[in-house]
Design a protein around this ligand. Structure first.
Ligand SMILES: [Zn+2]
Ligand SMILES: [Zn+2]
Length: 452
């Protein structure tokens, strides 16, 4: 299937809204425009082969015989220039067809009779301001564009094309629309995230009544979500941003895990289900946007490739440079939205991984903060002291033996009690059992020995 059709079908199938469809790359319009450029060039005798030769050949002072530049000022201005011999008006050293020679000769002739042509001239051949290596100082008016090569006086003239300007303006306008769409989309998602964040902090507020909080359920959900690495991979092997297909695959994995564990049904508060569904919709929206962006990026690549194939002007390389860092070409939106999701949603629920003791790898309960500021559970510090290990296991500072009751971190204790009640209780019991076995031998029975 031709890409133009495929692209159209994609836009129809995914049921993107009107504003998205309007921002989509106007592929068929660009294709039409490209046909006009081709016709223009053909009329000037500049078929792809001739152009390729002119672009690839250089004078003895490394000046390419033809240049095609796209510059972005207030608008995009592409410019094709060709070096011609001032005497006979023929583009230098390229084996041109008689038609091309005739056209270039007449361009050069008009040019030399009018000097620098006014912008509204029928042939808008303009003096270029390129500073050339071998300037000829003798001819003041034309000096900037003169090149001396093997005793020939060469002049750079502009080939008057109009449809390429139209082509790149179309593309640029579309990039602007796409930027606008991205801004709107990002803003809307930001608002949704903020609203959901407010909801979540209510739903996960630590409460003495367990039935009043879904803290533990949400913790499990977000732990799974972080593991899923939906939009960005942190592992070495496939580090970085994911494409929409992979992102969708990871999102489906996440949803399956939630389903398997029945987490959505386990919520105690009905609003939690609503919040969870909103969270999923946010993620799906971002996947959808990524896919839209990918398709459009491919459309741009395809049309530029087509452009090059039909003109040899090398725009696949030069156009992205001229247009620079537009939204369509970057992953900035996925990055921003993901950062917001993790700051405002995932981190409303503290993760146990951030509060584990680096020695025993379970919750740092009761937390002892050594003089070096590193935190361990009280049990591990006692063991270190018993073994006369004086150095902090993390920074090797000689601080372990100085620790006493004053090193208990009371604020952190309160925090852990609030957010990790279940885990703290488990750890407490495990400590008591360990202590009991140390004192009374392996037959020690803890009075609430249900955990081990
Ligand atoms: Zn520990
Ligand atoms: Zn330390």
């Amino acid at each position: 299937m031709k890409f133009g059709h495929e692209f159209q079908e994609f836009l129809n199938r995914e049921e993107y809204s009107e504003s998205w469809r309007k921002a989509a790359v106007p592929y068929s319009q660009l294709k039409k425009c490209l046909k006009s450029i081709q016709r223009e060039l053909r009329e000037l005798g500049l078929d792809p082969e001739t152009l390729h030769q002119l672009l690839a050949t250089q004078t003895s002072s490394s000046e390419p015989f033809a240049k095609y530049k796209i510059e972005e000022t207030t608008s995009l201005r592409p410019k094709l220039t060709v070096l011609v011999d001032i005497e006979d008006g023929v583009a230098v050293d390229a084996s041109l067809s008689p038609a091309s020679r005739a056209v270039l000769r007449s361009l050069a002739a008009r040019r030399s009779s009018t000097g620098t042509a006014p912008p509204d001239s029928a042939i808008p051949a303009r003096q270029t301001s390129d500073a050339l290596p071998d300037q000829v100082p003798a001819a003041p008016r034309d000096s900037a564009a003169l090149v001396k090569s093997s005793d020939r006086r060469l002049d750079r003239i502009e080939v008057p094309l109009s449809f390429d300007g139209e082509f790149f303006d179309l593309l640029r306008r579309d990039f602007d629309n796409m930027d606008e769409l991205q801004k709107d989309q990002e803003g809307a998602m930001s608002n949704d995230i903020a609203a959901l964040g407010g909801m979540l902090s209510e739903l996960t507020k630590p409460s003495s009544l367990l039935s009043k909080s879904d803290l533990t359920r949400w913790r499990e959900i977000f732990e799974l979500y972080v593991d899923a690495q939906v939009f960005f991979a942190t592992q070495e092997r496939d580090h970085g941003a994911r494409d929409s297909e992979k992102a969708l695959e990871r999102l489906v994995w996440f949803q399956n895990q939630i389903e398997k564990r029945g987490l959505r049904d386990k919520f105690k508060l009905p609003q939690s289900q609503e919040a969870y569904d909103k969270f999923l919709i946010l993620n799906r929206d971002l996947v959808r946007y990524l896919k839209f962006q990918e398709y459009n990026r491919v459309a741009v690549q395809k049309i530029l490739k087509k452009f090059d194939k039909r003109t040899a002007l090398g725009v696949s390389r030069t156009f992205p440079k001229a247009i620079q860092a537009r939204g369509i070409m970057t992953e900035s939106m996925a990055k921003n939205v993901c950062a917001e999701m993790s700051q405002q949603l995932v981190s409303t629920v503290p993760r146990i991984d951030d509060y584990t003791c680096p020695v025993c790898l379970s919750l740092a309960w009761l937390p002892v903060r050594l003089k070096c500021r590193h935190v361990f559970c009280v049990r591990c510090v006692i063991k270190l002291q018993r073994e006369r290990k004086r150095h902090c296991p993390l920074c090797r500072e000689d601080v372990v033996m100085q620790a006493d009751l004053d090193n208990l971190d009371h604020d952190l204790t309160k925090f852990l009690e609030k957010y990790f009640r279940k885990e703290a209780k488990e750890k407490q019991t495990a400590n008591e059992i360990e202590r009991g076995i140390e004192l009374f031998g392996p037959n020690y029975k803890h009075n609430s020995c249900v955990l081990m």
